[in-house]
Design a protein around this ligand. Structure first.
Ligand code: UDX
Length: 411
């Protein structure tokens, strides 16, 4: 938004992040983000971060972009959203002109109307639609290409409480060339969940077909290619493997299932998508056990910890459940990831062997499991003579079979 010429005030309760941003250093890793931050913070001087909510007084609109974590029952933890709505409400009490509050955080349908608006009204003693506006504007950013996704959106969804709120929000996006859908608040909230649940469903679907194909001696990647030519289906998000991880698809799927439960509806399809995704990574371990007899005291190398390549994010990564199962079965586990080692060392048990490279990890192992398709794992020669079980179609099966004992999770 700053790169589009707007004056941006960022607020966070975390002073460390605020300082980092003001020094043009990004608290998260994203392609090109730091360069753009440098331009906006230092050269254009139109982006500055603070810890004080009162800074909102100097703005026309506020985007709520805080995280919504998962509770242990699968529902979303709204505490950060509630906290920010309360603080924004307190400042709104002092704002003289019309102010627009935009919910960008991912919240289940009904949250903005049921929780956020009442909180804003309570703490501001003002009325939505009259004294201030509310709209929702879900984000559809993929990690690793978040800036690209933001600047080149495939669609912009505006959920408006009323026309005035929607008009002001739409104006902000006038430089973007993407279809804009203006709708009501609940619908916009649902669009975000439906999109992520559909992507999750495609992945569990192709994994299910893949599991059957493997038994039939059919290559699932050929099948996906053939199926994907149909424009009604398309060829994206049909890569079979050990399933989806990350901070969004698993969390949003669980939250939608939980929300269905609150409405006395059993979301059976989504439950199956989730179940399938929990079991799929463990298939790698099953294959290893079958090939090695037992995993007790066997040395197993795991290549890749991040939930997908080009990120250091291991949240809900399939590698984590694979490691837990291997340890439970008495295996010695060695791990390596090009970027995720610092986060892995913080999260994983100390008796795992953290290695410095792929060759180092593979050396001395009884079996190699590939959990993330990083480019540096794609050289078949790395695996000469080894038992390799690929969870991500990282290797070319034909080439790999000439050099090692190669098997795919569902091919
Ligand atoms: C996702 C959505 O794509 C994005 O629109 C939303 O805003 C946030 O959640 P992200 O979490 O960055 O983005 O990951 P994504 O690139 O979608 O991949 C998710 C997971 O699915 C990864 O673990 C990936 O390995 C897996 N995946 C993806 C597959 O297993 N097969 C595929 O064909 C595609």
């Amino acid at each position: 938004m700053a790169s589009k010429g707007h004056q941006i005030i960022c607020i966070d309760v975390d002073k460390v992040k605020v300082d980092q941003i003001n020094h043009a250093s990004s608290p998260i890793r994203e392609v090109d983000l730091e360069n753009l931050l440098l331009t906006c913070v230092n050269h254009q001087a139109n982006l500055k971060a603070y810890t004080d909510y009162k800074r909102i007084l100097n703005s026309n609109m506020t985007f709520i972009c805080v995280d919504t974590l998962s509770r242990s029952d699968g529902g979303i933890d709204l505490s950060h959203v509630r906290d920010s709505a309360r603080e924004i409400g307190r400042v709104l009490a002092k704002v003289r002109s019309y102010h627009l509050v935009v919910v960008k955080s991912t919240v289940v349908p009904g949250t903005t109307e049921g929780t956020i608006i009442p909180t804003l009204e309570k703490y501001s003693s003002k009325k939505v639609g009259r004294d201030f506006g509310v709209a929702t504007n879900p984000e559809f950013l993929q990690e690793g290409k978040a800036l690209h996704c933001f600047l080149n959106p495939v669609r912009i969804i505006i959920g408006e409480h009323d026309r005035r709120a929607g008009d002001i929000l739409q104006e902000i996006y006038q430089d973007f060339s993407a279809p804009i859908l203006r709708t009501d608040i609940k619908t916009a909230e649902m669009i975000k969940y439906a999109a992520n649940a559909f992507l999750a469903t495609r992945i569990s679907f192709i994994n299910e077909i893949g599991n059957m194909c493997k038994k039939l001696g059919i290559d699932i990647y050929e099948v996906a290619k053939g199926v994907g030519y149909d424009p009604r289906i398309g060829n994206k998000f049909l890569d079979a493997g050990i399933g989806f991880g990350g901070s969004c698809l698993p969390k949003d799927l669980e939250a939608l299932i939980f929300r269905a439960g609150e409405l006395n509806y059993t979301a059976e399809l989504l439950q199956s998508v989730s179940k399938m995704n929990k079991e799929q990574p463990l298939r790698l371990v099953e294959i290893a056990r079958k090939r090695l007899g037992s995993l007790e005291n066997k040395v197993v190398a795991i290549l890749g910890l991040a939930f997908k390549p080009n990120t250091d994010d291991i949240r809900q990564a399939p590698a984590l459940s694979i490691i837990a199962r291997l340890l439970a079965e008495g295996a010695t586990v060695k791990v390596y990831d090009p970027k995720a080692m610092p986060s892995a060392k913080r999260l994983l048990p100390g008796h795992i062997k953290f290695c410095d490279s792929a060759p180092d990890t593979i050396a001395g192992s009884d079996c190699v499991l590939i959990a993330t398709e990083w480019d540096e794992f794609k050289d078949e020669n790395l695996y000469a003579g080894k038992l390799v079980i690929d969870g991500r179609r990282t290797l070319n099966p034909e080439k790999a079979k000439q050099l090692c004992q190669y098997e795919g999770v569902c091919w």
